[in-house]
Design a protein around this ligand. Structure first.
Ligand SMILES: *[C@@H]1O[C@H](CO)[C@@H](O)[C@H](O)[C@H]1NC(C)=O
Ligand SMILES: *[C@@H]1O[C@H](CO)[C@@H](O)[C@H](O)[C@H]1NC(C)=O
Ligand SMILES: *[C@@H]1O[C@H](CO)[C@@H](O)[C@H](O)[C@H]1NC(C)=O
Ligand SMILES: *[C@@H]1O[C@H](CO)[C@@H](O)[C@H](O)[C@H]1NC(C)=O
Ligand SMILES: *[C@@H]1O[C@H](CO)[C@@H](O)[C@H](O)[C@H]1NC(C)=O
Ligand SMILES: *[C@@H]1O[C@H](CO)[C@@H](O)[C@H](O)[C@H]1NC(C)=O
Length: 809
């Protein structure tokens, strides 16, 4: 098959193109050298700068990109922004703590986390600071030509939105002994109503003042040498010096690495995600300076209030989190942070939502936890998911065992199983994908992915193919029969002959006459067919070839659909939030339609008991559990926003399906649709009427004056005759399987009157309805207990007495 292989190739190539993480080739050497010169002069300037040298109010400017007067950035707002940052600090640390923090005192702070690697989430609002001060128009002639008149990205214009901030402490840098500033990277994701995907991703670099919990971060771009001028934005003289000496060493190291070629990027501090460098094709992005203040670590009391903790206790806790030994002194409290974002070029000021401007109940600034706790939670939840997968596999296995025969397999809808398999395949790929982008969680995600792959390949696909094989053989047989029928113009195969009363009109051999009963069955056997097995050798090569061909096409279609889904979903992660949630909800609804195909198959084929109840209930619960997690649990692993209304809709959708299945079991598979809509199917539970005894009464019925039993069954018929007719309304037969009696209610002769279904019968129908389910009459007119025949039909679709083929249940 050339097409699928070609497709695979295209898909693999696509995968490579889809992740453009490879660093861009180094720019022209000349430009690189120019950048290095600029950086070196910026470093020298940094070395020379003193606190207060950059003071736009007093018209003191610095000769560095972005901080020149001619650049026209909104520096007149800087003082107000700094004032606001100090206000936030005062609210968190109190006046005394603020004095210490600004004065560079090293002791006397409330307990803080000293390793801030972790994440926080929350909402932002537009700050009052920005409202009164309008940014000046940008001086585009000071910018590189390609920016002329272009539209700035990341220009946040909404009034509020969500923010998500990840911290990573620099691995290499040691906090300076005297100042305790630690290098820090922040990954900010900020969104408002207008942003696409999750929002704008911003990479920020800066420092973390370990003792006071203050953080200063900035972007760096061609238009703004943020990291080189960071100390100028500090809140006090001591913070300025700390930032300066810390950056002096780290920046010098980085520039040295650039010079020696260890770092080949023009801007290692780029704010664009995935380390994308600014170049001709990249539009300008608004720059940002971010002030953050960690809140004291507080134990949460039962009444919801916080109580301050001892600093040594928090140190102990951090150590235990980092190097777990199994004795946690207390459940780790949350990491909480206030935020203030200032964009010097786009002129917006945003701050985190929380007290004192907003009520405690409304928002609490940015809240999260240390990264170790996130990993711990993720590991636990992924493990739980793996358990769900294992349980699904177990259910699938028992169902496979239960449906181990062709007749049971043919009842199960292929599409139901295919949908379940698609879900597992999707999960496998999703786990693999997230495992690839997270080092810490790689082992556990890989294990879960492996579980899901096992579920797909060993159970799901295997079962799917089993079912498909049976059903395709069935289809082929039907096709052959239809072909034979149309080729054979003799009227012998016409069904009406059988329904007409009286065996005397039958010109056919006995075996044929038995094949058909009440005229409803679409299955007709060609006259020359004695046993179903003899058709197989007549056309083996074509059959095998087509089967193989179709088999590979089933595989191909399955994987193609799976990959399409995966690519679409990857793509969807960058759509706008309403579109994305619409996509996710649609996908969820489609996935949770697992039972509809089975309901349809039951209806079409008039069969019940296709799937075990254990399987239906178990799979419904297990497949729904992850939806509950992502739609209803706040702070889930994926940061998915909860949406309980959608969850209720999904639950109702699944619930309805299970109920329809259940009612099909009780009321008959076709209660849902009018009889005219579906092809006729053989009814194993016919209402027995005395006046139709010749045509539809089971063989062995010996109540009437008819010619007795038909053909070769005469001897057994004589036996049965002894049990006949206790009273007018029930007859007794023998079940040839369990050798016990069957009491069968019979509509008495003449009960129907002229109309055929007058009041007498229709009132009887209700009581007959359930008792009908106790016996089964085969098309060859043998009667058995329902349990007995159903058990027998699980193994072979053959009448146990005359070996006639039976239509599937
Ligand atoms: C940095 O400034 C100090 C004085 O402030 C000076 O002694 C030193 O040489 C300067 N270093 C460089 C590399 O310019
Ligand atoms: C600013 O710095 C650049 C290069 O670092 C230098 O060429 C220029 O003369 C300086 N301008 C002023 C006004 O000092
Ligand atoms: C804009 O920038 C150019 C080039 O740097 C400078 O000559 C001009 O004075 C600036 N305009 C303003 C209004 O600052
Ligand atoms: C902070 O914690 C993280 C996560 O445990 C760890 O990887 C990192 O090395 C720690 N950093 C420092 C400076 O201790
Ligand atoms: C910055 O680092 C250089 C080289 O390590 C050193 O000579 C200089 O004194 C440092 N400057 C400051 C202000 O620490
Ligand atoms: C940012 O958006 C505001 C409001 O739409 C606009 O006035 C301003 O010019 C934009 N800034 C930039 C740099 O594009």
């Amino acid at each position: 098959m050339a097409t699928p292989r070609g497709l695979w190739l295209i898909i693999i190539v696509l995968i490579f193109f889809y992740f453009p993480n490879t660093p861009q080739p180094p720019d022209g050497q000349r430009e690189f050298d120019r950048t290095l010169d600029l950086e070196t002069s910026a470093l020298d300037l940094l070395n020379r700068t003193r606190y207060g040298d950059f003071n736009p109010r007093a018209n003191h400017w610095l000769n560095i990109t972005g901080l020149r007067q001619s650049d026209g950035l909104a520096w007149h707002m800087l003082d107000a922004v700094r004032k606001r940052a100090v206000e936030q600090m005062k609210y968190v640390l109190g006046p005394e703590g603020t004095r210490r923090a600004l004065g560079g005192v090293r002791e006397g702070f409330p307990a803080m986390y000293h390793n801030i690697s972790g994440y926080v989430r929350g909402s932002w609002v537009r700050s009052k600071v920005g409202e009164s001060l309008q940014p000046p128009p940008l001086n585009f002639s000071a910018l590189p030509d390609r920016f002329a008149g272009s539209h700035f990205h990341r220009n946040i214009t909404g009034d509020e939105g969500d923010v998500h901030l990840d911290f990573t402490l620099d691995r290499g840098s040691k906090p300076d002994e005297t100042t305790l500033m630690h290098g820090l990277r922040g990954d900010l994701t900020i969104s408002d109503q207008t942003s696409y995907g999750n929002g704008w991703e911003v990479k920020l670099y800066g420092g973390f003042f370990v003792n006071s919990g203050s953080i200063l971060l900035t972007t760096t771009s061609e238009r703004f040498a943020g990291i080189f001028s960071l100390p100028n934005f500090a809140l006090s003289q001591t913070m300025f010096s700390a930032a300066k000496s810390s950056l002096n060493s780290t920046l010098r190291e980085a520039v040295h690495q650039q010079r020696t070629g260890a770092i080949r990027f023009k801007n290692p501090w780029t704010s664009l995600p995935d380390g994308v460098q600014e170049s001709a094709g990249v539009p300008p992005h608004c720059d940002m300076i971010v002030y953050l203040q960690q809140h004291p670590v507080q134990a949460r009391l039962p009444n919801g209030a916080g109580s301050p903790l001892d600093a040594s206790l928090v140190d102990q806790l951090e150590y235990e989190l980092r190097y777990p030994e199994g004795h946690r002194v207390l459940p780790p409290p949350k990491l909480a942070i206030s935020m203030l974002i200032f964009s010097p070029d786009c002129g917006f000021v945003l701050e985190s939502k929380g007290p004192p401007d907003f009520g405690r109940r409304e928002a609490l600034h940015l809240v999260g936890s240390k990264i170790e706790l996130y990993y711990e939670m993720s590991r636990r939840h992924v493990f739980a998911f793996a358990c769900i997968l294992a349980a699904q596999g177990l259910l699938m296995m028992t169902q496979m065992k239960h449906a181990s025969t062709p007749s049971t397999r043919s009842r199960i809808s292929m599409y139901t199983i295919a949908l379940l398999s698609l879900g597992d395949g999707f999960v496998a790929f999703a786990f693999l994908f997230f495992g690839m982008i997270s080092n810490e969680l790689f082992p556990v995600l890989l294990t879960a992915s492996f579980f899901a792959f096992l579920a797909v390949t060993i159970f799901d696909l295997r079962f799917l193919l089993d079912i498909w094989t049976v059903q395709v053989q069935e289809r082929q047989r039907l096709d052959r029969q239809r072909a034979a029928q149309s080729a054979d113009s003799r009227p012998a195969v016409q069904i009406p002959i059988i329904t007409a009363a009286g065996a005397d009109t039958l010109p056919l051999p006995v075996s044929m006459s038995q094949a058909i009963s009440s005229g409803a069955t679409p299955v007709t056997l060609p006259p020359d067919q004695d046993s179903p097995s003899d058709t197989t050798p007549t056309t083996p090569p074509t059959d095998a070839a087509t089967t193989r061909h179709e088999l590979s096409s089933v595989y191909g279609r399955f994987y193609l659909l799976l990959l399409t889904l995966i690519f679409l979903s990857l793509n969807a992660s960058s759509w706008s939030p309403p579109l994305r949630s619409c996509y996710i909800n649609t996908l969820s609804l489609a996935y949770l339609s697992i039972w509809w195909p089975q309901i349809a198959r039951n209806t079409l084929r008039n069969c019940r008991k296709s799937l075990e109840w254990k399987f239906v209930a178990g799979q419904s619960v297990l497949r729904f559990a992850p939806f509950v997690y992502f739609y209803a649990v706040e702070g889930n692993v994926a940061w998915a926003k909860t949406d309980r209304r959608a969850l209720v809709v999904l639950a109702a959708w699944l619930w309805v399906q299970v109920w329809v299945l259940l009612l099909q079991e009780v009321l008959g598979p076709r209660w849902l649709v009018p009889a005219a809509w579906v092809p006729p199917a053989y009814d194993y539970h016919p209402l027995l009427r005395e006046d139709e005894e010749d045509s539809s009464m089971p063989i062995g019925f010996s109540g009437g004056a008819s010619g007795g039993a038909v053909g070769g069954e005469a001897s057994s018929g004589a036996e049965h005759a002894e049990h006949a007719e206790h009273d007018k309304h029930t007859r007794t037969f023998d079940c040839a399987i369990c050798m016990q009696d069957i009491e069968v209610p019979v509509v008495p002769k003449g009960g129907g009157g002229e109309g055929g279904s007058s009041s007498g019968v229709s009132s009887g129908v209700g009581s007959f309805f359930l008792s009908r389910r106790a016996y089964m009459v085969t098309p060859c007119r043998h009667i058995f207990h329902t349990q007995c025949l159903e058990a027998a039909m699980r193994y072979r679709l053959q009448c146990p007495i005359c070996r006639e083929r039976l239509p599937p249940l």
